[in-house]
Write a protein that binds this ligand. Structure first.
Ligand code: AHG
Ligand code: MN
Ligand code: MN
Length: 333
């Protein structure tokens, strides 16, 4: 019988890595795990309560917002903001930064995608929440600003995601390995289920929206033709797996190996995915698990953010598979 380690216990053990922040990181992560439980409660019964469907508004992304997007967003802001540990937040669903009312003590910034995979909410396909935590650059919590949110991904203190699927799993890193916890509804706790996740160097899956083939540049089309050729020596053809929820595609590839690509397209020259609350947190996790994450040329964690909702192409997953996809994107193959 494996040890029953709750996520709160695990957070506590991570504290030894932050001697100069006694208890702070533990508190931050507990805040996020608590909010995740509140979102999970609604996601798993979304079909029973009136939070399915469209909310009748569009967000800063120009995308139609689902009721569950807004619910998750409001829950995370209120459940976490009330403790005052975050001086500033940035959410996919909010145009500008969020300064929580009790922000006088917070020394951290939280960037998050409250509900990832919105197109899948009403059809019971896995969706998720993605989060990223930075220490404030500002001298005083009361002076927190957009600048505290626009930091290189390499500055992250912690990052993680929750995937609301057949089971609810929370995965996080503080820069000391990647650890996964499965929610046990009978006790209301996330229990350690995936200790020290290490992603395979190469997989057999590639994840890309093939429906956008005509939108892709020639380099991406050449890559797609290559990955589907018959060549047992290089494990080709790969199998395609694309759920349409980044967290679900990422989580599968993290555990089994594989590569997820959201490349530049004719309509989205920088791709569709957002740097601050999708690419950066998942890149931190991916690298901690031995994988690789770039925009096709540059390491995601080194990109200098210029705006809160900045988009970036994303090549992420098993190191060898990402390198092959990059070589096509760079025209060297
Ligand atoms: P969100 O629901 O937070 O807007 O994210 C949706 C993203 C991501 O989850 C997924 O990988 C991607 O959109 C799918 O985009 P396409 O439908 O263009 O493939
Ligand atoms: Mn998303
Ligand atoms: Mn979202």
């Amino acid at each position: 019988m494996s040890k029953l380690i709750t996520i709160e216990r695990h957070f506590l053990e991570q504290q030894k890595y932050f001697p100069d922040a006694p208890g702070e990181v533990t508190d931050l992560l507990n805040d996020v795990a608590f909010a995740a439980k509140l979102v999970r409660r609604e996601v798993v019964r979304a079909g029973l309560v009136d939070i399915l469907g469209f909310a009748g508004s569009t967000n800063v992304q120009g995308e139609e917002v689902k009721k569950l997007d807004l619910f998750a967003n409001e829950k995370i802001i209120s459940a976490i903001g009330q403790h005052g540990r975050f001086a500033v937040m940035g959410s996919e669903e909010n145009d500008g930064i969020i300064i929580p009312p009790q922000n006088e003590t917070g020394s951290y910034a939280l960037l998050f995608d409250p509900l990832d995979g919105s197109s899948n909410i009403d059809v019971n396909v896995s969706v998720g929440t993605i989060f990223s935590i930075y220490r404030l650059k500002a001298s005083e919590p009361g002076n927190a600003s957009l600048d505290d949110c626009l930091q290189h991904g390499s500055e992250q203190v912690a990052a993680g995601y929750v995937i609301y699927g057949s089971s609810v799993v929370m995965v996080y890193t503080t820069g000391h390995g990647v650890h996964g916890f499965t929610f046990d509804p009978t006790i209301g706790e996330f229990l350690l289920s995936h200790e020290n996740i290490v992603t395979p160097k190469r997989g057999k899956y590639y994840s890309i929206n093939e429906g956008s083939y005509q939108q892709f540049n020639e380099e991406t089309k050449k890559y797609l033709d290559y990955i589907k050729e018959e060549d047992p020596a290089t494990g080709r053809p790969y199998s395609t797996r694309y759920i349409g929820s980044l967290v679900a595609d990422f989580h599968r590839n993290l555990l089994t190996g594989g590569v997820f690509v959201y490349p530049p397209t004719k309509t989205h020259k920088q791709g569709k995915l957002r740097l601050m609350y999708e690419a950066n947190p998942l890149a931190f996790i991916c690298e901690q698990a031995g994988g690789r994450a770039t925009d096709g040329r540059n390491r995601i964690l080194d990109i200098q953010p210029l705006s809160l909702h900045q988009r970036t192409p994303l090549y992420i997953g098993s190191e060898d598979d990402v390198i092959v996809a990059e070589e096509f994107e760079q025209g060297v193959r």
